[in-house]
Design a protein around this ligand. Sequence first.
Ligand SMILES: [Zn+2]
Length: 78
Amino acid sequence: MSSAGSDDKATRAQAFVQGLVSPTQALGGHRELGTTALARRLGLTDEQLGGHWCSRCSGIWYGCMLEVECPSCGNRHG
Ligand SMILES: [Zn+2]
């Protein structure tokens, strides 16, 4: 039974990467990479879009929760 708080930051970072945390809350400044073609075709509202971090672009793009590919550079690894 060691300290239970040590994994907390990693868990929150993971939640952010997976789009579970609003990127505007998590980051003060970032690039907006746009919305995926699929999300636009589905006509998703802002509430239905998930923010995804792209480390290659150092920015946020928006799409369905299941989407993983940055619409700007095609990076699929966050
Ligand atoms: Zn990218």
